[in-house]
Design a binder for this molecule. Structure first.
Ligand SMILES: Nc1ncnc2c1ncn2[C@@H]1O[C@H](COP(=O)(O)OP(=O)(O)OP(=O)(O)O)[C@@H](O)[C@H]1O
Ligand SMILES: [Mg+2]
Length: 429
């Protein structure tokens, strides 16, 4: 057995070791490249024990050996083990990584673990080695750290102490490098995803714009000619034909409303949506809107009531849009209230704003759905079982319109009892 031959005073060696450690830690903190940090760690070990060659190997995702550092080891030997699989008898390092334990080979010439690599190791003059696994903070094997000698020998207590110090440095460096690589990959993935989302968003809004513009022209032709027919400009119609034409017109109106909603969303998403604000008297606007809905209420046998006409509330708002909000909310109330029910609209001035409430004693909405009602295309029961039509765009449009005015919108509801949809609008200053 050969003993530690370094005759430098222990104190000198210890202080050199301490300052090397510090330098390496600083380099890791600065984000130095992994290869250079590992080479420094290997050099630190070699510097402390003359004649010893250190190696640091990395374990890749396929559990194969990858070069880390081996500044003094013969290049041919390092090349021979590069890319080799670890296993139960794969030299000192491959076996140490495989079993996650320290493997000591006092003589490569006789150790069965070295069978596959014995010839190459002996050819390069390597005679003894020992290796410890390098672990991540959560216990994964990251690689191995080994010492080689050109003569048969066991590791000395000094070797063990050195390797212990070096292993910590190598583990920190490798783990940090892996964490950074993971972070870089995630960032790249996120960036790619973001670009894709932007493209899809652009595509969607181009598509909506195109579709709604392209559909408008034929739709106006359908409406126009159906109206001609309805007015019997093309000759007298039978009662049956009159009812068919009425169906065509109703369908065309529904399509028109849907296109208007889609186009509004497209404008809002593109930031090109604008309100046409003017002085508005709220109660009379509500009155006019309710008048337009009265035929529907009559058909559905629902009592529809508005706020007392004498109330005066002045706002700066877009009257067409305020009316659109009401048509949606009152339209919903009429749609989801059974015959014989009641729908009422009330207004309350409150500080600098006015609160408008649309109350019904209809089906109500279960609490788990309430939060989602204002999402685009959300419908409590969108199956065919529901008797009511629609696309689930009314409430999100209302929300966008109310918020464009600087107001808020909300709902309280009890299933089987009824709902209150409310919104606020700032008063004119
Ligand atoms: N007054 C109400 N009573 C009970 N449920 C309601 C009421 N108002 C809305 N809802 C529920 O909220 C869902 C979404 O309403 P929204 O107005 O956004 O869409 P829609 O009326 O289904 O379709 P659209 O308004 O696009 O024609 C409705 O499908 C319904 O399930
Ligand atoms: Mg609706």
């Amino acid at each position: 057995m050969v003993e530690d031959t370094d005759r430098r005073p222990t104190r000198d060696r210890q202080s050199i070791l301490a300052s090397r450690q510090l330098e390496i830690l600083e380099a890791i903190a600065r984000g130095a490249p992994l290869a250079s940090t590992l080479a420094d760690v290997a050099a630190l070990v070699e510097e402390q024990a003359r004649g010893m060659m250190a190696s640091i190997l990395l374990l890749d995702a396929d559990r194969r050996i990858r070069h880390g550092a081996g500044p003094s080891l013969p290049e041919g030997f390092m090349k021979a083990i590069e890319g080799e699989a670890i296993g139960p008898a794969a030299g000192s390092c491959g076996t140490a990584m495989y079993f996650n334990k320290t493997i000591i080979t006092p003589d490569i010439a006789t150790d069965p673990l070295w069978e596959s690599y014995r010839d190459v190791a002996l050819a390069y003059g390597l005679r003894s080695s020992w290796s410890i696994p390098l672990l991540s903070s959560d216990g994964r094997v990251l690689g191995s750290l080994a010492q080689y000698y050109r003569e048969p020998r066991d590791p000395s207590p000094r070797d063990r102490q050195l390797v212990d110090i070096a292993r910590h440095l190598a583990e920190i460096a490798i783990e940090r490098h892996q964490a950074e690589a993971t972070l870089r990959n995630r960032n790249a993935e996120l960036e790619a995803l973001n670009t894709r989302l932007k493209e899809m968003d652009q595509l969607k809004s181009n598509f909506v714009n195109l579709v709604s513009h392209e559909l408008r022209t034929p739709l106006s032709a359908i409406r126009g000619f159906a109206e001609f027919l309805e007015d019997q400009f093309g000759g007298p119609l039978s009662t049956e034909q009159i009812s068919y034409v009425a169906e065509i017109l109703r369908g065309a109106q529904r399509l028109q409303a849907l296109l208007d909603d889609l186009l509004d969303f497209a404008r809002m998403d593109a930031g090109t949506f604008h309100l046409e604000r003017e002085e508005v008297e709220l109660v009379s606007t509500i009155g006019k809107t309710l008048e337009s809905l009265r035929p529907l209420a009559l058909v559905r046998k629902i009592d529809l009531e508005g706020p007392p006409e004498e109330t005066q509330l002045r706002l700066r708002a877009d009257p067409a849009r305020v009316s659109q909000i009401l048509i949606n909310l009152v339209g919903n109330a009429l749609k989801f209230t059974p015959a014989g029910g009641r729908v009422s609209v009330a207004v309350f001035p409150l500080g600098g704003e006015v609160r408008v409430e649309v109350n019904d004693n209809g089906t109500g909405v279960a609490p788990e759905h309430l939060l989602h009602l204002f999402e685009r295309f959300y419908q409590v029961d969108s199956g065919n079982s529901r008797g009511s039509s629609g696309a689930g765009l009314g409430l999100p449009i209302c929300q966008a319109l109310v918020e464009a005015h600087g107001g808020k919108i909300g709902v309280t509801s009890t299933p089987g009892v009824g709902s209150q949809f409310w919104f606020t609008l700032p008063m004119a200053v």
